[in-house]
Design a protein around this ligand. Structure first.
Ligand code: TLP
Length: 349
C-alpha cells in the first residue's frame, strides 16, 4: 500500500483531468511573449488578485525572490518575520540574488505588529541601510499555517506604507487563508504591492507560482525572472494545469482544513504528543514530542515511515503534517491509528 504522505502539500500529483488540459494546452514561446495559455493564466490571476498584471514563474521561491529583487537595490534592508520562508528555506537567496539584508522580527506564530515594524525601520542616515520592503507571509508556514487577522494586516501595512516601505505578500498559501476566513484573495492583495501565490501546493498543480502587482513592478519581476533563469518556453503546458487548479481546486481546500482538524484531534488524544488545537487553522498540523517520547523528531519520522506514514521534523522535537488533495479522510484515520500503535508500543516498552 502506498505511503500516506503528509510531508507537504507540494507532493500532490496532477489529476487525470489536469493532465488532459495540459495535453491539450495551446502553447507558444513565452520568452517571445507568444504562449496564449500563459497569457490567459496571468490575466486571470491578476484579475483574481485585483491587480493590473501578473507573471508566471516556476516556483514559490522564484516568485518571492523576483519580487524582492524588483523592490530593492543591493544594500537595502528587508523586514520580515524571523520564521519566514524567505529566511529559512530559500537558500540565502535575498543575499545572493538581491544583495539585501534582512531585519528579522519576532512574534508568536510568525506574526508581528505595528510597533515592531516602526521600531525596525531605520532612520535616514548615511550609516544605515535603507529600509525598503516589508514581507508578510500568509498563511505562515512555520507558524503552523497561521492566518493573519485582516485587522492586523491593515494596521501593519498602513504603518509600513506611511514609513515609506514597499510591501510584498508571500501568499504561497493565501488560498488557504481565504478558505479559513471567507475572504477573497483580492481582499488581502489590495494591501500589498506584490503578491506571490502558489499553484503547486494546496491547489495541486505540478509546477508554478505567479506574482501579481502593478504593470511597472511586474515588468521588473519579468526581467528578473529571465535573469534568474526562470523564463520558460512552451510553459503553457504548466499554466494550463495551474489555471485548472485555480478554477477547480480552490473550494475543496476546505476538505484539507477539515482533515487537518481531524488529524489534530486524533493526535491530541495520544499520550506524549503535545498539540494546541486552537492553533490548527488551515491545512497544517504541528505537534511536539514531550519528554516521555524517547525519540527526537528525525527518529520519530523515520520510524513512522516504516508504518507507511510520512511527516517532516521542523525542529529537534517538532513535527509537521500537511493535508492536501491526495489525502482522504480514511487515510487520516489510518495515520492516527498507526501513530497511536507505534507510540503505544514505544511508551509501554
Ligand atoms: N514551502 C515548502 C518548503 O520549502 C518548506 C513546504 O513544504 O512547505 N513560501 C512559502 C510560505 C512556502 O511554504 C514555500 C514552500 C515557498 C514559499 C516556496 O515554494 P517553492 O517550494 O515552490 O519554491
Amino acid at each position: 500500500m502506498p505511503s500516506i504522505d503528509l510531508r507537504s502539500d507540494t507532493v500532490t500529483r496532477p489529476t487525470p483531468e489536469m493532465r488532459r488540459v495540459m495535453a491539450n494546452a495551446e502553447v507558444g514561446d513565452d520568452v517571445l511573449g507568444d504562449d496564449p495559455t500563459i497569457i490567459h493564466l496571468q490575466e486571470a490571476f491578476a484579475a483574481r488578485l485585483g491587480k493590473e498584471a501578473a507573471c508566471f514563474v516556476p516556483s514559490g521561491s522564484m516568485a518571492n525572490q523576483t519580487s524582492i529583487r524588483a523592490h530593492t537595490e543591493p544594500g537595502d534592508e528587508v523586514i520580515a518575520h524571523a520564521d519566514s520562508h524567505i529566511i529559512h528555506y530559500e537558500t540565502g537567496a535575498p543575499a545572493a540574488l538581491s544583495g539585501v539584508m534582512i531585519r528579522p522580527l519576532a512574534g508568536p506564530r510568525g506574526l508581528f505588529d505595528v510597533d515592531q515594524v516602526e521600531a525596525a525601520v531605520r532612520p535616514d542616515s548615511s550609516h544605515f541601510p535603507h529600509s525598503r520592503l516589508l514581507v508578510v507571509e500568509n498563511t505562515q508556514n512555520r507558524g503552523g499555517g497561521a492566518v493573519w487577522p485582516m485587522e492586523q494586516i491593515e494596521r501593519v501595512t498602513a504603518k509600513a506604507r506611511a514609513l515609506g516601505l514597499r510591501l510584498h505578500l508571500d501568499g504561497a498559501r493565501l488560498w488557504n487563508a481565504c478558505i479559513a476566513t471567507g475572504r477573497k484573495p483580492a481582499d488581502y492583495a489590495r494591501h500589498f504591492d506584490t503578491i506571490s501565490c502558489c499553484f503547486s501546493k494546496g491547489l495541486g498543480a505540478p509546477v508554478g507560482s505567479a506574482v501579481a502587482g502593478d504593470r511597472a513592478t511586474i515588468a521588473r519581476v519579468h526581467r528578473f525572472r529571465k535573469m534568474f533563469g526562470g523564463a520558460m518556453r512552451q510553459s503553457g503546458i504548466l499554466a494550463a494545469a495551474a489555471h485548472y487548479a485555480m478554477d477547480h481546486h480552490f473550494d475543496r481546500l476546505a476538505e484539507d482544513h477539515a482533515n487537518a482538524r481531524r488529524l489534530a484531534q486524533g493526535l491530541a488524544e495520544i499520550p506524549g504528543l503535545a498539540l494546541n488545537l486552537a492553533e490548527v487553522e488551515t491545512n497544517m498540523v504541528f505537534f511536539d514530542l514531550d519528554p516521555s517520547i524517547k525519540m527526537n523528531a528525525a527518529q520519530f519520522c523515520e520510524k513512522l515511515k516504516g508504518e507507511g506514514v510520512l511527516m517532516l521534523g521542523t525542529a529537534p522535537r517538532r513535527i509537521r503534517a500537511v493535508l492536501h488533495l491526495d489525502v482522504t479522510t480514511p487515510m487520516v484515520d489510518r495515520a492516527i491509528e498507526r501513530i497511536a500503535s507505534m507510540l503505544g508500543a514505544k511508551v509501554t516498552a
